[in-house]
Structure formats: structure tokens, C-alpha cells
Design a protein around this ligand. Structure first.
Ligand SMILES: N[C@@H](CCC(=O)N[C@@H](CS)C(=O)NCC(=O)O)C(=O)O
Length: 242
């Protein structure tokens, strides 16, 4: 049985495994006719992932959910895979950057992206907070990349795959050129990575978003209905103020 990945081909989390598979010579089939919100909510799917989330990888030995776990599994299918570095300390650094990408980059890009694209309610204060946390993380990443072509060692590792897939959602959805210009080493890194043949096979040509999507319209607010006594109090207050 081939490995089957359940998700749409462009899903931000599914692409981690697909790119890792290209680097590792592993064949993955993306499930045909996958419909987000339908295919992942069937009883058969819920049996494989109780949250009904994607991606999910069906293997000979059982299903795996969580995109980082799937990408790690795919990477380990190739013995001594250079994607996992060449020493114990490189392995440690790779895991460190995978966590950093997940907790410090992906979290804040998602908090910015989803409301702006209408997938979650928009709150200005929440967006401000997300952008500020993201800038802090990108600043740290930029400093590291000023002296390093790749996150760890001298070639692409799984950390670069996961970091680039996380940055991808930002570059295509919310991080305009005027935003990323503040982080020139991150820009250089991102464009170098997505133009590598193994990334290009999965992502195709990547285009940075030109402008932030406009803010969603504010939800309609019903006028507050005052009770009789409240109306009388309001009247009195207004009279006093006249
Ligand atoms: N931590 C999970 C996140 C998975 C996730 O949130 N997937 C979204 C799509 S990107 C999903 O399936 N949402 C559908 C739902 O929540 O029902 C991973 O990395 O795989």
C-alpha cells in the first residue's frame, strides 16, 4: 500500500510532508477528491484522527496525524537521511528550529492570516498582538540567517522544510513586501528555499501578497433596547445635560 496523505495538495501543513518526500525519494499519494470539511468529517476519518483535522497520513502500519509528526516519519523512511543532520547536536538544533517555526512563526502568522481571510472573527487588538509577536520572532530568525544560509549546517534539513512551509502562508497571505523588507535575511532565505527544485515541484511559482486583504465588515449591531425604567433614567440624564 502506498502512503496516502489526506488533505488538499496546497494545505499549509500537508506541504511539509510532500516536500520532505521529494527530498527523501519517498512516494506519497494525495487522496483523490478530498473535500475539506466533508472528507475529514466522515466516521472512517474520525476513527483515524479524532479531531477530524488534516493532514493525516495512512501508512502500512496505521494512520498518523499532526503534520510535524508526519513530516518526521516521512523523513525517517530514508535511512541516514541528511534532512536530519549528521550528528546528535545537529539533530537537537533541527528539533529546536522545528519547534521555533511551529510555536513562534506559524502560530502568529495563523492568528494574522485567518481573521484577515475571513476564517475567524477579526479583533484589531488580537491582530496587533499577533503581528508584534511575529515581528519579534522574525527578528530573531533574521539575525540567525544573517550568518547562516540554512537553519542548521550547510544543507537543507527538515527544519528548513517546516520553517519555509510556515513562512509560505505568511508570504502568500499577509506578509507584504513592505512588511518583509524589515527582515532581508528571512526574505533571501525564503526565496532561495522555495526556488529549490524539490520545493518548486510541490509549491509551483510562489507569489508574495501585494496588499493586506481589506478588513471584514463589522458585524451588524442591534440597537440596545432599554427597559421602561432605564428609558426614564436616560431621559432625566439628558434633561439635566440640556
Ligand atoms: N497541529 C495540526 C493542525 C491541523 C489543522 O488545524 N488543520 C486544519 C487545516 S490547516 C484543519 O483540518 N481544520 C479543520 C477542523 O478544524 O475541523 C497539524 O499541524 O497537523
Amino acid at each position: 500500500m502506498a502512503l496516502v496523505l489526506h488533505a488538499t495538495r496546497t494545505n499549509k501543513n500537508a506541504i511539509k510532508a510532500l516536500v520532505a518526500a521529494e527530498y527523501s525519494g519517498v512516494r506519497i499519494e494525495v487522496s483523490k477528491n478530498f473535500q475539506m470539511g466533508v472528507s475529514n468529517k466522515t466516521p472512517e476519518f474520525i476513527k483515524m484522527n479524532p479531531l477530524g483535522k488534516v493532514p493525516l497520513l495512512e501508512t502500512h502500519d496505521g494512520p498518523i496525524f499532526e503534520s510535524n509528526a508526519i513530516a518526521r516519519y516521512v523523513t525517517r523512511l530514508k535511512a541516514d537521511n541528511p534532512l536530519y543532520g549528521s550528528s546528535l547536536i545537529e539533530f537537537g538544533f533541527i528539533e529546536q528550529w522545528i519547534d521555533f517555526a511551529t510555536m513562534e512563526i506559524d502560530t502568529w502568522i495563523a492568528e494574522w492570516f485567518y481573521p484577515r481571510h475571513g476564517f475567524k472573527p477579526y479583533y484589531a487588538v488580537a491582530e496587533e498582538g499577533a503581528v508584534s509577536c511575529l515581528k519579534r520572532a522574525l527578528g530573531a530568525l533574521n539575525t540567525h540567517l544573517a550568518a547562516n544560509t540554512y537553519l542548521v549546517g550547510h544543507s537543507v534539513t527538515l527544519a528548513d522544510i517546516i520553517m519555509t512551509c510556515n513562512l509560505y502562508l505568511g508570504f502568500i497571505g499577509v506578509m507584504t513586501k513592505s512588511f518583509t523588507a524589515e527582515f532581508p535575511h528571512v526574505e533571501r532565505y525564503f526565496w532561495t528555499m522555495v526556488n529549490q527544485p524539490n520545493f518548486h515541484k510541490v509549491l509551483g511559482d510562489v507569489k508574495q501578497v501585494d496588499s493586506l486583504p481589506p478588513l471584514p465588515p463589522l458585524p451588524k449591531q442591534e440597537p440596545v433596547k432599554l427597559k421602561k425604567e432605564e428609558e426614564q433614567v436616560a431621559e432625566k440624564v439628558m434633561e439635566r445635560e440640556r
